[in-house]
Ligand binder design. Structure first.
Ligand code: NAX
Length: 327
């Protein structure tokens, strides 16, 4: 049997945590043969609620759950962790400007980046879920100079999965028949869900839906799905966000299926004209615990415009956190 790996989750007493932890502990993320030790980080006032979650985790008697560590100190919670899912963040409150939001999150992701740098496994794989996810990932990364920048990623997988499900619904085909959708850019309303390479049952998706629907309905439905969930459910997406985080980490750690790609927010290496260093959604394949950008895809003028707009937003966010001295 394999020896346990250490998985940190921040914001562990929150809504996403309540779904995510049980899936990690049951083996959905790293495989049904991989024992895990959960390292759960919360702010001090939430430790009591976190203890309740820990009681439930123990009550599941998951065979793969080897141990649980809880703390309100990232230096304790991140000690020797192999994976870190940074979920806890400061939500945007009414009247908050982008600068205020980025500043508040800097107060979380700067010390967490420093703690990962100091105490995590040298091979730690980091996924930032907490919004604004791409720029929070950049802040953590820039404060962890001893780790490889490529170890820091942001979640656009929920958008990717939403894009699959919307196309499946439109074409009346199962989600399993759909391949090679890309979410380019920021996990925000400027994201670009791109169907130009997508296939349904092996046939080009854009030959099966009309262009007008794609440009004027599909893209905004995917980008605004989070708001639609809040409107319907009265709280933000949690189980689907947790499921996407599981998918992101599983594919990164265990690999993507042959001939298929997924979308991950990763540091740009300049591919597709995206400014280097931005944490930007790209099409990637994974194997051996590494991700690679899918190269050589044709980019239409329509795509170029959308890809540049979302890069522009991320550049502005980066300028803002530079001004705040966070990166
Ligand atoms: P909740 O408010 O239910 O939970 C957040 C938890 O984080 C709370 O328990 C809070 O005490 C904790 N927390 C706050 N600061 C912390 C810190 N410094 N260290 C450790 N824990 C801390 O939010 P939830 O619904 O779970 O969402 C979490 C984050 O995910 C939010 O920022 C949200 O915007 C973001 N999302 C990102 C998505 C994505 O696709 N990238 C989609 C879902 C979600 O909206």
């Amino acid at each position: 049997t394999k020896s346990p790996v250490r998985v940190a989750v921040t914001g562990a007493a929150g809504q996403i945590g309540y779904s995510l932890l049980f899936r990690i502990a049951s083996g959905d993320m790293l495989g049904k043969d991989q024992p895990v030790i959960l390292h759960l980080l919360e702010i001090t006032p939430a430790l009591k609620a976190l203890n309740g979650v820990v009681m439930e985790l123990r009550d599941c008697a998951f065979p793969l759950l080897a141990d649980i560590v809880t703390s309100d100190d990232p230096m304790v919670a991140f000690k020797d962790v192999d994976y870190a899912l940074l979920v806890g963040a400061m939500p945007r409150k009414a009247g908050m400007e982008r600068g205020d939001l980025l500043g508040a999150n800097g107060g979380i992701f700067k010390p967490q980046g420093e703690a990962l740098n100091a105490v995590a496994s040298r091979d730690v794989k980091v996924l930032v879920v907490g919004n604004p996810a791409n720029t929070n990932a950049l802040i953590a990364q820039q404060n962890a100079p001893d780790l490889d920048p490529k170890q820091f990623t942001a979640m656009v997988r929920l958008d990717h999965n939403r894009a699959i499900s919307q196309l499946a619904e439109k074409t009346g085909k199962p989600v399993s028949s759909i391949q090679n959708i890309t979410i380019w850019g920021n996990h925000s309303s400027t994201q670009y869900p791109d169907l130009s390479q997508a296939t349904v049952d092996g046939q080009p998706a854009l030959e099966q839906v009309d262009r007008e629907w794609y440009e004027n309905s599909y893209i905004s439905t995917v980008a605004k799905r989070g708001a639609a969930i809040i409107e319907a459910r009265g709280s933000s997406s949690a189980a689907s966000a947790a499921s996407a985080a599981i998918d992101h980490m599983r594919d990164w750690a265990l690999g993507t299926p042959d001939g298929q790609w997924v979308s991950m927010g990763i540091p740009s290496d300049g591919s597709y004209g995206v400014p280097e260093g931005l944490i930007y959604g790209f099409p990637v394949t994974c194997s051996g615990g590494q991700y690679q950008i899918v190269q050589g895809l044709e980019v239409s003028d329509f795509s170029r415009g959308k890809m540049d707009a979302t890069a522009q937003e991320l550049s502005e966010e980066r300028d803002e956190v530079r001004k705040l001295g966070l990166v």
